[in-house]
Design a protein around this ligand. Structure first.
Ligand SMILES: [Zn+2]
Length: 1055
C-alpha cells in the first residue's frame, strides 16, 4: 500500500500511472490541495519512476513478445546468450574493450555491437543480456539513433534483460546488503533507460559455484518470476535428473510467510553451454550447417538427426514438453553472425521435419518465455527449503576453498560496504553541501559502482587472477577516496566546522600519521547504525599519557598500551610509534560524536606494561575466559550473567593442500577447490608464548604460535563478546607444501554432528555432518565435503549452551568433530586447480613480497540458545557496519557542533536500518529490516512498528511510497507468477495492514523498501541552509547517466 502526506487518505488515483497518491489531513485543506496540484503537475516526474513508460508506449515486450509454441510437440527454446564476467582473467575494463586478448579473447563492446546488428536482420531472433556494468558502459557510447534502435528492440522483446544487476553476484562470499545494493544499481539503470520493458522477469545465475538460500529469498522479494542456474553438486544433479526434479519451487525463508520467499528455480541442462556439437561461435570448432545439397559435405540431415537426438535425450530429464537450450557461453557472440546464421538454419531444417510427422518444434526464445510455458503447464513442483552448498563437480572436487580464498580482499570488500553505507547516509543527512562543499566535489556513486563490480562471482569469491584482484581493490580504494570528500563535506555542514579531516585506513595495524605525530587532536566517530554503539578505539601514539574528553566535556577512561610485536611486524615501515591509546567511544544512532585527545606532558606515564605468561583467567562483568597455564591456550569460557560455563580450547592448524599427485584423483587444492591431503590437520604449535596486559579499559592475552601465526585474546570492559584478533602469514611454502590455515574451537558442547551457519548474513541454516537434506550423500571428502560458507556468523549448540562466532568477513568452515567448530583463515597454494583461473593462489605484494599477512577478528559469545540471537544479531550488525573515524588536528573549532544524530530516537532492537541513500532531488531510498527470525528470540521475534514520520531529526518526511526490494517497482504493482508445490496447497500472498499510513509494521526477517520524499527541517539552521541549496540545484549526482527526467524542484512540493 502507498503512504502519503500527513494523516492520509486516498484522494486521487493518477490516471496515467495508475499509482495511488495519499494526501494529508481529514479534510481537503488548502495545503493538501496544493500538494495534490503540485503532484499532478509533476506526474511525469518522480511518480512516473520507477514505473517508467509502461503505460504510455505501445509495446509488446515481456511475456507478450514470446514466439508461439506447439502444444502437441516438444518445444525447444533456443536462448542465445553470452556470459560476460565482470572481471576474471582480465579486468572489467580489459573485458569491455577487448584489451589483452593474449590473455583471453574477449571484448564485450564488440559483442553488443554485433548482436544488435544481427537482431535487426531478422525479427524472430532473440538475445538476452545480463550484466548491467557492461551494458551501461556500452549504452553511454552509443549515438542517439542507435539508442533509439536498441529501445525498439527492447520494447519488442527481441533484446531482453535478465538478472539485470550490476553483475552476477557470488553467492558464497557476498553479504545481502551489498547484493541488494548492486541489484538496485543495475535495475535502476534499466528502469530509467527502458521503463517496464527493461525490467527483468527472471534471475539468471548460470555460473556461481553453489547457490545460497538467501539469494533466492532476495530474488523473490525483488519480484522475479523465476530463477535459473547452471551449477549444482554432481550427486544432486544425478538424483534430480532421474527423478525429473531439475525444476522446483525453492522456499527460501523460514520466517517470511509463503509465497513471499518462494522462487521457481530451474537447473539448466548443460551448465550454460549449448549441447555438444552445436556451438557456432568463433571461439568454437563445431561444423557449421552446410546446406548446399550440391556439395559433397552437405550435412543438414546429420545436424538435424543429432539435434533431435539431443533434444529428446534432454526432454527425458524434464517434466514438460518444453526444454531450454543455452546457445552461447563465456564472451561469445563477438561475431554474432556465426551463431545466428546457423541457428536460423537449424530452426528452418528441424521444423521442416514437422511436415513429415516430426514432433519437435524449435524456436528462438528467452528464459522468461520458457518460464511462461512452464507456468502454463500448471503442474506441481518439488519443494526445497535448504540451499545448494557445497558444490562438488566430482568426488574429490569440492568448491569450498573459495569460501576463504583471498581473505584480505574479502575483508576489504566488507569494510567498503560499511564505508559506502556511511557515505550514503551522510549524503542524505548533509544535503547538497555534501557533494559540493569546502573539500571539493565528492560522490557516493564511484564506490557504489566499485562495490557492484566487487560482488561479481570471480571478485569477492577470490577466484580472479592476481592483477584483476588488484584492480578490484584499487576500484574500491578509489571509490572510498570520492566518499571521503563527501563525508568531510557532510560533517562540515552538520558540525559547522570546516577543519580539514584525515582518515586512517590502516588503524588495524596501528598506522595513522596524524595521531602518531600530534599532541592534540580530535576524533569524530560516525555511527551508521540506527542504535547507539559502544566501540573500542585504538590509535597509534607516541606519548604515554593522554586526556580524553567526550562531546560533553567529560573525561573518558583511557589506557596506553605498547604496540604488540605482531603489529610491529605487520605494519613494517609504515608506522613507528611504540604505543597505542585505547578508549571506548559511545556514538549516537545514525550520527556522530567528537572526542578530543590531548597528550599530557610531565604527567605520570599511564602506559601499561605487559607481563610474561598467561593469567589463569581474565574477566569483565559479563564474561570470564580461563587459560591453561601449561600451554597458554584458552581452556574455558563462562557467561557470568547466565552462569554458564563450557570447556573451550582454541588453536591454529594447517591442512596440507593436495598437489594433485595422488592415486585417487589428480585434483589439487586451488583458488576454487579445497582438497586437503589428510583428514587430520597439523598443529602449528601445541603451546603459545604469551604475555598479558590487564587494564581497566581492556585486558589482552597476546599469544604467539609461530613467526606466521599470532593472536590477541581481548576483553573490553563493557563487552559481551570475547575478541580473538588473529594474524596469519606469510605462510611458509619453502617446504614445497601448500597450506590452508584454520583455527579450531573445541568445546564441551554436545553438538550431535550439527552446526549452524548464516546465509549471506541473514537467516540461519542447520548443517549436519556427511548429510544433505534432499539426497543420499556418498561422502568422499570428509573435510572439504563438510565445509560451508560463513558470511557473518556460525554457531554450535546443545540444549543449554550456544557458542556463537561472529566473523568480520566471509570464510569457510565446518564442524568435523563433536563440539568443534573450525574456520579457515588463510590459504597459500602452489598449484592451479584447473577451473580456469590458471594461477596458483599464492598471494604476495610489494609490502609483503614473501607472502600476504592477513589480520582479522572473531567475536565469541556464550549464551542460552533461546536468547543467543538477542546478542549475536546486533553484534553481527555492529561488525558489518562499523563506525567511520575522522581526525582533525589541533584545537576544536569553538562553535562546532560536537554531536549529532539523524534520528529522533534509536530504532527498536529488532529493526535494522539497512539503506538510507539519496535517490533524487527530494527523495531518499529507505530500507528497514526486521533482523530477527521467527521464534529465534522471545523478546525480539515479534512484529515491530516504526513511525516513518517521526524517524528523522532534521528531515521532514512529506510522503512515502513503498517499493519492491530492488526499488524498481511500486510494491502494489508487483505481480509474480504463482506456483504450486507438490503435496501442498498453492500459497496465496497474505497482505498485512499497517496501523496507519505513517506507521509501518515489520515482521521477522522482513525488509521493507520506501521511497521517501523529504525536506530539510526549516526550523533548524542547518535545515534552512540546506533548503535554500535544494531549490537552487539538482541533487542527483552529476556523474551518473541515470535519467534526469525525475527532477523537480523541492519548492514545488512545499505548501
Ligand atoms: Zn562467470
Amino acid at each position: 500500500m502507498q503512504r502519503g502526506f500527513g494523516d492520509c487518505h486516498v484522494t486521487s488515483r493518477a490516471i496515467n500511472t495508475g499509482h495511488v497518491i495519499l494526501c494529508c489531513s481529514s479534510s481537503m485543506t488548502a495545503r493538501c490541495q496544493h500538494v495534490v496540484a503540485a503532484l499532478l503537475l509533476t506526474l511525469g516526474g518522480v511518480l512516473s519512476f520507477p514505473v517508467g513508460s509502461e503505460k504510455r508506449d505501445p509495446v509488446s515486450c515481456g511475456y507478450q513478445s514470446c514466439h508461439p509454441t506447439k502444444p502437441g510437440m516438444l518445444n525447444v527454446h533456443l536462448v542465445p546468450h553470452t556470459h560476460d564476467d565482470v572481471g576474471w582473467l582480465k579486468t572489467v575494463d580489459q573485458y569491455f574493450y577487448g584489451d589483452r586478448n593474449d590473455i583471453q579473447h574477449a571484448g564485450v563492446q564488440y559483442i553488443l555491437d554485433s548482436v544488435v546488428d544481427q537482431l535487426l536482420k531478422n525479427p524472430d531472433r532473440r538475445f538476452i543480456y545480463v550484466e548491467t556494468a557492461f551494458f551501461y558502459r556500452w549504452w553511454k557510447q552509443q549515438s542517439a539513433s542507435m539508442q533509439q534502435t536498441v529501445k525498439q528492440l527492447v520494447n519488442e522483446g527481441r533484446l531482453e534483460f535478465v538478472n539485470g544487476g550490476w553483475c552476477m553476484s557470488d553467492e558464497a562470499a557476498s553479504h545481502y546488503s551489498a547484493v541488494i545494493d548492486q541489484m538496485t544499481l543495475g535495475l535502476r539503470f534499466l528502469n530509467e533507460t527502458f521503463g517496464a520493458c527493461g525490467r527483468p522477469r527472471v534471475a539468471w545465475h548460470i555460473d556461481p559455484f553453489g547457490h545460497a538460500r538467501e539469494h533466492a529469498s532476495l530474488f523473490s522479494q525483488m519480484g522475479y518470476d523465476g530463477f535459473f542456474f547452471g551449477r549444482l553438486d554432481y550427486q544432486d544433479r544425478d538424483s534430480r535428473r532421474s527423478k525429473k526434479e531439475q525444476e522446483l519451487l525453492w522456499r527460501a525463508s523460514d520466517s517470511l510467510p509463503a509465497p513471499m520467499a518462494d522462487l521457481f528455480t530451474g537447473i539448466l541442462p548443460n551448465g550454460y553451454n549449448p549441447p555438444t556439437g552445436f556451438c557456432w561461435d568463433q571461439l568454437c570448432n563445431d561444423a557449421p550447417i552446410r546446406d548446399d545439397p550440391d556439395l559433397e559435405d552437405y550435412n543438414v540431415d546429420d545436424v538435424v538427426q543429432r539435434f533431435l537426438q539431443a533434444a529428446n535425450n534432454q526432454a527425458e530429464m524434464y517434466k514438460t514438453n518444453h526444454i531450454i537450450m543455452t546457445m552461447g557461453s563465456d564472451f561469445q557472440y563477438e561475431n554474432a553472425n556465426l551463431w545466428y546464421k546457423n541457428l536460423d538454419k537449424l530452426i528452418l531444417y528441424v521444423n521442416a521435419q514437422q511436415a513429415k510427422g516430426g514432433k519437435v518444434n524449435v524456436l528462438y526464445s528467452t528464459p522468461s518465455c520458457y518460464l511462461q510455458e512452464l507456468h502454463r503447464a500448471n503442474l506441481t513442483w518439488p519443494l526445497k527449503t535448504d540451499d545448494f552448498f557445497p558444490y562438488a563437480d566430482d568426488a574429490h572436487n569440492f568448491w569450498t576453498g573459495y569460501f576463504t580464498s583471498r581473505p584480505a580482499l574479502k575483508r576489504y570488500e566488507r569494510i567498503s560496504n560499511s564505508n559506502l553505507q556511511t557515505c550514503n547516509q551522510l549524503e542524505v543527512l548533509g544535503g547538497a553541501a555534501s557533494r559540493k562543499g569546502p573539500f571539493g566535489e565528492g560522490d557516493s556513486q564511484t564506490l557504489r559502482k566499485a562495490m557492484g563490480v566487487a560482488q561479481h562471482h570471480d571478485a569477492v569469491s577470490g577466484t580472479a587472477k592476481q592483477h584483476v584482484t588488484n584492480d578490484y581493490a584499487r576500484k574500491l580504494a578509489n571509490g572510498w577516496q570520492h566518499c571521503q570528500v563527501l563525508v568531510s563535506n557532510s560533517l562540515a555542514s552538520l558540525s559547522g566546522s570546516s577543519a580539514p579531516r584525515v582518515y586512517c585506513d590502516l588503524l588495524n595495524v596501528s598506522v595513522c600519521s596524524l595521531t602518531e605525530s600530534s599532541k592534540k587532536f580530535s576524533v569524530t566517530v560516525y555511527n551508521p547504525l540506527a542504535r547507539p554503539v559502544t566501540w573500542p578505539i585504538r590509535l597509534p601514539v607516541y606519548g604515554s599519557s593522554y586526556l580524553i574528553k567526550d562531546a560533553k566535556g567529560n573525561s573518558v577512561d583511557s589506557q596506553v598500551l605498547p604496540v604488540s610485536k605482531a603489529t610491529r611486524e605487520v605494519r613494517r615501515s609504515r608506522g613507528h610509534t611504540a604505543n597505542e591509546l585505547v578508549f571506548q567511544v559511545q556514538a549516537p544512532p545514525l550520527g556522530y560524536t567528537t572526542y578530543s585527545v590531548s597528550m599530557l606532558q610531565g604527567g605520570a606515564s599511564s602506559a601499561a606494561s605487559p607481563k610474561r605468561g598467561a593469567p589463569t583467567s581474565i574477566q569483565n562483568k559479563f564474561l570470564q575466559v580461563t587459560f591453561d597455564p601449561d600451554t597458554g591456550l584458552i581452556s574455558g569460557l563462562s557467561n557470568l550473567e547466565t552462569k554458564q560455563s563450557i570447556k573451550l580450547t582454541q588453536n591454529f592448524y594447517w591442512y596440507n593442500a593436495s598437489d594433485g599427485k595422488n592415486s585417487e584423483s589428480r585434483q589439487p587444492s586451488g583458488a576454487y577447490i579445497f582438497r586437503p591431503n589428510s583428514t587430520v590437520p597439523f598443529v602449528i604449535s601445541r603451546v603459545a608464548k604469551t604475555e598479558t596486559v590487564q587494564t581497566s579499559v581492556v585486558q589482552e592475552v597476546r599469544q604467539w604460535f609461530a613467526p606466521w601465526v599470532s593472536q590477541v585474546v581481548r576483553l573490553y570492559a563493557d563487552s559481551r563478546a570475547l575478541e580473538l584478533e588473529w594474524t596469519v602469514g606469510p605462510l611458509p611454502v619453502s617446504d614445497g607444501l601448500g597450506k590452508e590455515v584454520i583455527t579450531r574451537l573445541d568445546s564441551s558442547i554436545k553438538t550431535n554432528e550439527m552446526f549452524y551457519t548464516d546465509s549471506n548474513g541473514r537467516e540461519i541454516l542447520q548443517r549436519r555432518k556427511d548429510f544433505r537434506p534432499t539426497w543420499q550423500l556418498k561422502q568422499s571428502e570428509p573435510i572439504a565435503g563438510n565445509y560451508y560458507p560463513i558470511n557473518s556468523r556460525a554457531f554450535i549448540k546443545d540444549d543449554v549452551d550456544q557458542l556463537t562466532v561472529v566473523t568480520d568477513r566471509s570464510q569457510g568452515g565446518g564442524s568435523i568433530q563433536n563440539g568443534s567448530l573450525e574456520i579457515m583463515l588463510h590459504r597459500r597454494l602452489l598449484y592451479d586447480d584447473n577451473r580456469g583461473v590458471g594461477e596458483p593462489l599464492n598471494e604476495v605484494s610489494d609490502i609483503f613480497p614473501e607472502g600476504l599477512v592477513v589480520r582479522g577478528r572473531f567475536l565469541l559469545s556464550l549464551d542460552r540458545p533461546a536468547s543467543a540471537a538477542d546478542i549475536y544479531r546486533p553484534l553481527g550488525q555492529e561488525e558489518v557496519l562499523q563506525p567511520v573515524l575522522s581526525f582533525t588536528d589541533g584545537d576544536l573549532d569553538a562553535n562546532a557542533r560536537l554531536e549529532f544524530s539523524g534520528l529522533q530516537a534509536a530504532l527498536p532492537p529488532a529493526v535494522h536500518l539497512l539503506t538510507l541513500s539519496q535517490w533524487d532531488a527530494d527523495s531518499v531510498l529507505l530500507r528497514l529490516e526486521h533482523q530477527f527470525q521467527i521464534s529465534e528470540s522471545k523478546l525480539n521475534s515479534q512484529p515491530v512498528t516504526v513511525n516513518l514520520q517521526k524517524l528523522f531529526s532534521t528531515l521532514n518526511v512529506l510522503g512515502v511510497s513503498e517499493l519492491n526490494l530492488s526499488a524498481n517497482q511500486w510494491k502494489d504493482e508487483v505481480r509474480r507468477l504463482s506456483w504450486t508445490p507438490e503435496n501442498e496447497e498453492k500459497p496465496y500472498l497474505k497482505t498485512f495492514q499497517d496501523p496507519s499510513a505513517w506507521e509501518v509494521t515489520l515482521r521477522p526477517m522482513e525488509i521493507r523498501t520506501f521511497l521517501v520524499r523529504v525536506r530539510a527541517d526549516a526550523s533548524s539552521t542547518e535545515g534552512r541552509r540546506r533548503r535554500q541549496t535544494v531549490t537552487e540545484e539538482v541533487l542527483v549526482p552529476q556523474n551518473t547517466s541515470f535519467s534526469q527526467k525525475s527532477h523537480i524542484k523541492a519548492d514545488q512540493m512545499l505548501p
